[in-house]
Design a protein around this ligand. Structure first.
Ligand code: ACO
Ligand code: LMR
Length: 241
């Protein structure tokens, strides 16, 4: 008789059963005809919805500003060593990507989690930072080995101030940063912290997500994906270099 395999995988983001492939229900021709960009494609494939232009522009700015940060950073260093050892593009890329974690580029989700919790509970910066210290946890999104103030953080905040309906979480992290800076001058808000907090404002302010969806996005951890995607651009560049 006829042997049919059961469906093992269900994709809710891509559909090519019709005339043309769709990203979260939006046909590819429509994406091109409307002149949409990579931020829109990310909204469709990650968040399964079309987001307003200021949101997709913000996503694109995150990608552009995090694309590279020089050869001495752990990711680029690994990629360069791998490429110089004669390995191929994919090996060089993934060896760099594998260094992304809590101390480098992978603190965005934790920054969003901790800042959201602290801000939603109206903790003062003192209560939040000292509470983290008691638990022995470094505040994710705070601190940088070298930098005093990061231009990328300024640019992201400037864009949000003029385009987002609310920057409540960003304002909260600014007060946390003022407090940590009073302890040591390298305890700045870093780019991971800026993206984590501003993405909370994007999710909450866009009116496109329910409270439950925001909690899920933050708990599952979507946001490190922005850094992984962005830095792939630079790591590929370092491989070719
Ligand atoms: N919260 C509280 N205290 C901190 C923090 C922080 N986030 N960062 C540093 N400190 C304090 C600690 O007291 C630390 O002392 P300890 O080693 O006894 O714990 C002391 O400052 C040492 O600081 P540095 O030598 O400047 O720290 P280092 O250069 O080793 O680390 C780093 C820099 C990795 C960014 C660190 O600040 C950190 O872990 N931050 C939290 C995670 C984070 O945000 N990572 C993303 C960085 S941005 C990016 O990679 C794109
Ligand atoms: C980066 O974007 O790679 C950095 O912020 C990390 C670093 O240590 O400079």
């Amino acid at each position: 008789g006829k042997v049919r395999a059961h469906t093992h995988i269900i994709s809710t983001i891509y559909d090519d059963r019709g005339e043309e492939p769709c990203y979260a229900g939006v046909p590819m021709s429509s994406i091109i005809e409307q002149g949409l960009g990579v931020g829109d494609v990310i909204s469709l494939l990650w968040f399964k919805r079309s987001l307003p232009r200021y949101c997709t522009k913000f996503i694109e700015i995150c990608i552009m500003l995090c694309a590279d940060h020089g050869p001495c950073i752990s990711g680029a260093h690994n990629t360069i060593v791998t490429a110089r050892a004669g390995k191929d593009l994919v090996s060089s890329l993934v060896l760099g990507l594998l260094t992304i974690g809590p101390r480098f580029g992978g603190a965005i989700d934790d920054a969003a989690r901790y800042f959201k919790d602290a801000c939603d509970r109206n903790l003062t910066p003192y209560e939040f930072v000292e509470g983290m210290k008691k638990k022995g946890i470094r505040v994710p999104g705070i601190g940088h080995r070298i930098k005093s103030r990061d231009k990328r953080v300024e640019l992201l905040q400037k864009f949000a101030r003029s385009n987002f309906p609310s920057v409540k979480y960003m304002e909260y992290t600014v007060t946390v940063e003022s407090y940590t800076l009073s302890k040591a001058n390298n305890l700045v808000l870093n780019v991971d912290g800026a993206i984590g907090s501003l993405f909370l404002d994007l999710l909450a302010g866009s009116g496109m997500f329910t409270k439950q969806e925001i909690d899920e996005i933050v708990q599952i951890g979507y946001l490190n994906g922005l850094f992984v995607l962005a830095r792939s651009i630079g790591l590929i560049g370092h491989t070719f270099d």
